[in-house]
Design a protein around this ligand. Structure first.
Ligand code: NDP
Length: 240
């Protein structure tokens, strides 16, 4: 088995595509998600190189137990991909504190907890690569997504800060900002809205999860060994 990476939100969408790509690249993947049935399906598809770990990333205790369990059962972790994310959209005046708090808890606090739990081993072994999945809305803003865009912008601050904190220990921290990618998250949007989004993309189409996974593969692997603290848009030119 190859070196071990942990991927959150691994059961479907972009996280599943990332897991699939990393397994193809020769990594072993510990896939964490709240969706236990989808995790089992991913496990059946990806085989022994993928091990399913049911986890809610918002729980400090569960993240700690999972990190200890993965390290003792599977060995040292060299890669971490913080991909789990949710939306609870609404215009600011109608946004409840519950919808604000839940999105912050999953997208930002969850990533903080995972970075803190898994960097301990990386610091010890003086090697690791962390990739945070942000979004183009961190750079552009998006009406109706004050909570989501704030967390995705927060992830860029976390990325650049940890890149500086960990650089001396050979741990790299980078982010990817996907544009409009075809997954369950965007399938929920009305057809008219999806067409409108796609027409604003210079490449004139929505992106595929595999394109995000390819960028993750590059940032986790040795080909990017001199890259840290950066954000790579995978957006068909949307932010150019
Ligand atoms: P999906 O909703 O398809 O997948 C996200 C996965 O994360 C789901 O399986 C979800 O489970 C899981 N998850 C949610 N909450 C938690 C939690 N507390 N702990 C563990 N896992 C959890 O989304 P995408 O694949 O589209 O998105 C993946 C990432 O990419 C997200 O961070 C998203 O913000 C980002 N992104 C996506 C874009 C797109 O166009 N699709 C664009 C830019 C960024 P559940 O369904 O139960 O919530």
């Amino acid at each position: 088995m190859g070196r071990l990476a942990v991927v959150t939100g691994a059961a479907r969408g972009i996280g599943l595509a990332i897991s699939r790509r990393l397994v193809e690249d020769g990594w072993s993947v510990a896939g964490c998600d709240v969706l236990e049935q989808d995790l089992e399906r991913a496990s059946a598809e990806l085989g022994d190189a993928f091990s399913p770990w049911p986890l809610d990333v918002t729980s400090e205790a569960a993240v700690g137990e999972t990190a200890a369990g993965i390290e003792s059962r599977l060995g040292p972790v060299f890669g971490l991909v913080n991909n789990a994310g949710i939306t609870r959209d609404g215009l600011l005046m109608r946004m409840s504190i519950e919808d604000w708090d839940r999105v912050v808890a999953v997208n930002l606090t969850g990533s903080f907890l995972m970075c803190r739990a898994f960097s301990r081993g990386m610091l010890r072994q003086k090697e690791g690569s962390i990739v945070n999945i942000s979004s183009v809305v961190a750079l552009l803003g998006a009406a109706g997504q004050a909570n989501y865009a704030s967390t995705k912008a927060g992830l860029l601050g976390l990325t650049r800060t940890l890149a500086r904190e960990f650089a001396g220990r050979n741990i790299r921290v980078n982010a990817i900002a996907p544009g409009f990618i075809e997954t369950e998250m965007t399938r929920e949007l009305p057809e008219k809205v999806r067409e409108d989004y796609a027409s604003r993309v210079p490449l004139n189409r929505m992106g595929q999860p595999a394109s995000v996974a390819a960028a993750v593969s590059f940032l986790l692997g040795d080909d990017s060994s001199y890259i840290t603290g950066t954000v790579i848009p995978v957006d068909g030119g949307l932010t150019t």
